[in-house]
Structure formats: structure tokens, C-alpha cells
Design a protein around this ligand. Structure first.
Ligand code: CP
Ligand code: NVA
Length: 302
């Protein structure tokens, strides 16, 4: 078994393999032949922050693979009364075969995972959203192919951005990130992305200039300016990074617009772009179902 906690620990080859496996599983479902190879295994999902897509996609993906699933959250479990995460995991490993968790800090999760004998899957932390990245890469592959692609990420250098940086670099996709000063992605993810991009001879550029990022882009990606659990922010600083008709003029004519959702219309993106034919946000959301299956098979090494 293996964990799926940090994108930094997943090799470029494994990321590519997960994207390809997700596509295969998507096609299998389309032809009515769901993979059932995890029959009778138990999955526990823990949500310490709200979720719609991750919760549903993870739960249905597991069930379609033949697993039994149970979801708990902070308010209705003893986590809300301060039971330590490690004790919760030690109990879960007696009942279940795998656990997915959406929580706050990445480091404590990594520390706890060293003591746990069942696979742990990161369903979002403050620093990473690796499950989202696999679905994003599948969407980019389906819409644009894998090579000679430029992705522009605009807005907050948050969890989605950190993971996307490493994911794109792993697959040889150029990634330009434009954020306000002080909101750049974390250095460890930028450094790792640069290392992986070097092997592929592709670009990782971090800038404060939204036009430099969007120029000739195939993909424009944004996320909320204030993430769950974030402190207050100076929203005015983010306004030049809004995805709107003036900004997208600089991209390729057939660019696609991506967002992990949920979206704040009129904040990080205008309604006209979100609802335009460029937008693939619901295909992207659908892909979460297929990629969660691939991730489950990956952690069990099936
Ligand atoms: N994109 C995503 O993770 O959505 P949820 O917060 O609804 O799970
Ligand atoms: N960056 C967002 C992603 C939500 C799916 C957050 O962490 O709130």
C-alpha cells in the first residue's frame, strides 16, 4: 500500500500513469463495464472542511469500485471535541482499509501518516489539493492533448495552485502563475516544479503580471481568492487577476477556462467567461469521479 498525501512524493511517471488510468476507467464506465477490483474493502472519508465535489466523487468512485464507504465530519464526530487525529486514524485502521481526509495543515497529516498502516488520501489541505490536480490534468489532456500546452493560473497561490504547478511540470506542460505580490505559491512546490520541468525542457514562471501569464495561453485557470480557513486578505490586490474579457484577449483564441469550483461569479471570474463555450468547469468536475477511482487503485497498488 502507499499513501497519496503530497504531490511532492508522487513521481512524474506515476502522475502520468494516474491520468492515463483515469481516462481508461472513464471509458470503461462509459461502456458499462465498471472496474470492481476493490470489492468489500472499506473506505472512511473525513471532512474537517466543507466539500461537495470531493465528497461525492470520492464516495461514488469507491462504491463503483465495489467498496463500502462511510463519511464523517468534524461536527458529528469526536474530532470536533478535540480527539486527536492520530487516535481517530488508529481506530479507523481497525475497521477500514483506506481513509480519505480533508483537513487543515499538511505537516501534521504527513507526520500521522507515518504511523498508520492503511493508505491515506489527501482530499485537500491548506497547502495541497493533489486529487484535484489529477482531474485537472485529465481535463487538459482530453481538451488539449499533453504536449506544447501553456497553462496560466491566476489569483491566489494556494493549495490548488501548489499542486497544479507540480502536476503540469511533471507532464511537460508550461505553467505560468500570476499572483499579487505576497500571494505567490509556496517555494517548495515552485522548486519541485522547476526541477521536473527542467527534465521535460518546459517552463515554470511565477510572475505578478497577469498579461505575461495569459499571453498565448491554451488554458486559463483560476480559483477563489479566499480559501477555506484563510485569514482576511486585501481583496483589492486580486482585482487585476480577475479572468474577464479584457484579460482573455491575450490568450489563444481557443483557450479553455478551468476552475476547481466552487466559484464566486464576478470575483475571480466574470459570469460571461464562466458561462462561455471556453469554460470546461463541469467536465473538469466530472473528471473528479474517474480520477478518484485511479487514486484508490494506486494506493492499494492494484
Ligand atoms: N473542487 C473541490 O474540491 O470541490 P469541493 O470543495 O466541493 O470538494
Ligand atoms: N482553494 C480552495 C479550493 C476549494 C476546492 C479552498 O481551499 O478553499
Amino acid at each position: 500500500m502507499r499513501h497519496f498525501i503530497s504531490i511532492l512524493d508522487i513521481s512524474s511517471e506515476d502522475i502520468e500513469g494516474l491520468v492515463d488510468l483515469s481516462f481508461y476507467l472513464k471509458m470503461k464506465k462509459r461502456f458499462g463495464k465498471n472496474e470492481k477490483s476493490l470489492r468489500d474493502r472499506n473506505l472512511v472519508l473525513i471532512f474537517e472542511k466543507p466539500s461537495t465535489r470531493t465528497r461525492l466523487a470520492f464516495d461514488f468512485a469507491a462504491q463503483e469500485l465495489g467498496m463500502n464507504t462511510t463519511v464523517i465530519d468534524k461536527t458529528s464526530s469526536q474530532l470536533g471535541r478535540g480527539e486527536p487525529l492520530i487516535d481517530t486514524f488508529r481506530v479507523i485502521e481497525r475497521y477500514a482499509d483506506a481513509v480519505g481526509i480533508r483537513t487543515f495543515k499538511q505537516k501534521p497529516l504527513e507526520e500521522v501518516s507515518k504511523l498508520i498502516s492503511i493508505p491515506i488520501i489527501n482530499a485537500l489541505t491548506n497547502e495541497e489539493h493533489p486529487c484535484q490536480t489529477i482531474a485537472d490534468l485529465l481535463t487538459i489532456k482530453e481538451k488539449k492533448g499533453k504536449k506544447n500546452i501553456k497553462v496560466a493560473y491566476l489569483g491566489d497561490g494556494n493549495n490548488v495552485c501548489n499542486s497544479l504547478l507540480v502536476g503540469c511540470a511533471s507532464l511537460g506542460i508550461d505553467i505560468f502563475v500570476a499572483t499579487p505580490e505576497g500571494y505567490e505559491p509556496n517555494k517548495i512546490y515552485v522548486d519541485e516544479a522547476k526541477l521536473r520541468a527542467k527534465k521535460n525542457n518546459t517552463k515554470v514562471v511565477i510572475t505578478n503580471d497577469p498579461i505575461e501569464a495569459v499571453k498565448d495561453a491554451d488554458v486559463i485557470y483560476t480559483d477563489v481568492w479566499i480559501s477555506m480557513g484563510d485569514k482576511e486578505k486585501d481583496i483589492d490586490k486580486f482585482k487585476p487577476y480577475q479572468v474577464n474579457k479584457n484579460l482573455v484577449k491575450h490568450a489563444k483564441k481557443d483557450f479553455i477556462f478551468m476552475h476547481c469550483l466552487p466559484v464566486h461569479r464576478g470575483k475571480e471570474v466574470t459570469e460571461d467567461i464562466l458561462e462561455s463555450y471556453h469554460s470546461v468547469v463541469f467536465d473538469q468536475a466530472e473528471n473528479r469521479l474517474h480520477t478518484h477511482k485511479a487514486i484508490l487503485l494506486y494506493v492499494f497498488e492494484v
